[in-house]
Design a protein around this ligand. Structure first.
Ligand code: 3EB
Length: 347
């Protein structure tokens, strides 16, 4: 595939969080109306355009998924360990790797996975990373002298450096969670137009964390603003937790962690609004709430509803998943996204 001429208008990308049953029904029996992609929560992806996360859904919500619509001519392919779909302007890729595939452990596994992510991006011409979702089993366990999340960070950062991609300022929005089952799962969304990275002034940029959090820093920005075409902008807020500066605060106090996380989320949304004519409000975004201890979920939900309104889009569309957070002392992490009309403001 070659890069499209720049005069060709990009097909707009759209995202909607819907009940999985509704997505499957509108895809039609022969999938004649299959969407570009659907990212499901708690349900395995059983269609070529679906990719699922094997996490336990909390609070007995019906299965929801983020359904993505792009241009009409979708091609699919594989590049190394990456399976991908593209309409020419947007690229959605998935890596699902068993650790048995790599004797050297999580660091070379992450490096290989991300190396192939960048290969797929080059091959399809969708060279700009917009958002990455990372899931790995036993994220807080020891991996032979180094916590597994830290091994993952080392391989991830090296792959960014290998590819000449922005490993520090300009890193994509991301999340990284531990799940009980499965291998290393990386899902990514890329396009042809650069996203605008957003940081949180209350927090040290993750890619500048000191080395007490591991020899290589995590490679992500706190959020990213991505033009979707047709005058719409997406805000992708990375996994956000109870971290101030670079330190975890409120160890052991889930309520205080939720409050601090909300302050961080509001701050990031505010920083994003300063860089776009679009107007985002946290309560209108669609979150995934990762909860370490399932027993905390009802209290966390009640606290979020108190803060953001029971009838807010945030609460109506929230997905709660059981997951380990990438620091053993974090009890909750929230990621969210929204779209709105507007454009980016050049700095
Ligand atoms: C943090 O702020 C919490 O390694 O990709 C959040 C989002 C976190 C993304 C990642 C990690 C990642 O450091 C953890």
């Amino acid at each position: 595939m070659t890069a499209a001429p720049s005069s060709r208008p990009a097909a707009p990308l759209r995202v909607q969080r819907l009940p999985l049953a509704q997505i499957l029904a509108s895809a039609g029996h022969d999938h004649a109306h299959a969407p570009f992609a659907a990212l499901t929560y708690g349900v395995a992806g059983h269609e070529p355009w679906m990719t699922g996360v094997a996490a336990h859904v909390l609070l007995e919500h019906e299965p929801l998924a983020d359904v993505w619509q792009a241009g009409p001519a979708v091609q699919s392919g594989t590049t190394g360990v990456v399976r991908w779909r593209t309409d020419g302007d947007w690229l959605l890729g998935v890596v699902d790797l068993s650790e048995a595939d790599e004797a050297g452990g999580l660091e070379p596994l992450a490096r290989r996975a991300y190396g192939n992510v960048f290969d797929a991006m080059r091959q399809t011409g969708c060279t700009e990373l917009l958002r990455i979702w990372n899931y790995l089993p036993r994220i807080n366990a020891d991996g032979g002298g180094l916590e597994r999340y830290r091994q993952f960070n080392a391989g991830r950062q090296q792959a960014f450096l290998d590819a000449g991609a922005a490993a520090f300022d300009g890193a994509p929005a991301a999340c990284a969670l531990g799940l009980r089952d499965g291998g290393l799962c990386v899902r990514f969304l890329a396009g042809r137009v650069k996203a605008l990275p957003i940081e949180n002034p209350r927090q040290v940029s993750a890619y500048r964390y000191p080395d007490r959090y591991g020899p290589r820093a995590p490679t992500f920005s706190r959020a990213a603003l991505a033009p979707l075409g047709d005058g719409q902008v997406a805000l992708f807020v990375s996994g956000t937790a109870s971290i101030v500066g670079h330190e975890t605060v409120h160890v052991g106090d889930v309520q205080a962690q939720v409050a601090e996380t909300l302050t961080n989320l509001h701050t990031v949304v505010g920083e994003a609004n300063a860089r776009t004519t679009a107007r985002f409000a946290l309560q209108d975004t669609e979150p995934v709430v990762y909860v370490r201890h399932p027993a905390d979920a009802p209290r966390i939900r009640a606290q979020l509803a108190q803060a953001l309104g029971e009838d807010s889009r945030f609460m109506r569309q929230a997905v709660f998943l059981e997951a380990d957070i990438c620091r053993a002392d974090l009890l909750v992490e929230i990621e969210t996204h929204g779209t709105a009309a507007g454009s980016l403001i050049a700095s």
